[in-house]
Design a protein around this ligand. Sequence first.
Ligand code: 7TS
Length: 414
Amino acid sequence: MAVTPETKLDAHRLRADFAVFDELVNGRAVAFLDSAASAQKPRQVLDTMRDFYEHSYANVHRGVYRLAERATTGYETARGKVAGFVNARSEREVIFTRSATEALNLVAYAWGLDNLGPGDLVVVTDLEHHSSFVPWQYVAGRTGAGFKAIPIDESGELQLDALDEIERQGTVKVVASNLVSNTLGTVNPVRELATWAHERGAIMVVDAAQAAPHRPIDVQTLDCEFLAISSHKMCGPSGVGALWGRKELLESMAPFNLGGEMIRSVSTERTTWNELPYKFEAGTPAIAEAVGFGAAVDYVLEAGLEAIAQHEHDLVEYTLGKLGELPWVTTYGPPPDRRAGIVSLNVDGVHPHDVAQVLDWEGVAVRAGHHCTQPLMTKLGVAATVRASFYVYSIQEEIDRLVDGLHKAKSSLG
Ligand code: 7TS
């Protein structure tokens, strides 16, 4: 879909939905440039959750009374929204988890422990967040499978020509990659990786935590087996995320967490599992949070995912243009056309944490650190970066404040 003037995102208008920007420090709102860590919440999401708690709250799937039915309907309606959001063939393929991290662990444990062994190979990428890298490394280690990462080139993009060498190391069983890198913003060729994986009989696991808030996601087009997302990165509450998985695979897998709700029957002799998706949802879920997640899906769809992607593209182009004028700033990652709304940088001679501290004095919120991508930091040859990341409410003035703050950091500490 082309972004026409009518569908163009109006960040100034959307900011009115976020009370955090009403709060002024020294006359200015926070320049919140840390949405990759977690996004701010619009009142539409907060109102939905408050209303749910006040008028529809009970535990789900248990009571026959009206409140319990309303709660269950609210929770299951949210599942339907998430299913539609990723274009799942069936709502039963959507499992509510605590986070993208838990979704990825679920796959690594419940699929990996029973399907990997010596001679097999798990392939990840040098761009993975630890929540995609570490569970697979651990489960590969537990099962005796090999573990390899696809390297990156100088612009922070995957070197797919390395796959030939990688595949010589074992029978490829899993390819796990993020769709968007949380540190560099690189948009990864997941569809191509899925084709490569399938040609070898492997599954494709997609970490879409950093993509789903910012661009349309379609599990059928991506042709993957599993896909993980987190609510809190897309204007929803924390404490809830989702795993989408192919029904046949989810049905064949052992459960991950065990306990209430995930069983069909329990006796001393034998316990059997509930049907999908409940088999993977042991215990009381994050009920109101799931409902809030559904409201967040509505919110970002209303803003328009194509429009969000275009808005962030414009901001990245603007930011890289400004930073390109500063010879003492190093930026990392691909050109704007191949990246999402994330810019990692360093200031010559100033530690990233000090840069972030100076920026905080200017009311600019960025993240400094390894961003849970230590293997990537090693490849970049740095311990940490300063990261600015954008969302629906991000505006150019905030980037100007970032650039001013970088000048201050350089002149006072560089
Ligand atoms: N995958 C990616 C690509 C991520 O960026 C994150 C969180 C996760 C998975 C895990 O998501 P969670 O909701 O389970 O925590 N990334 C970041 C970040 O970049 N800064 O703080 C959290």
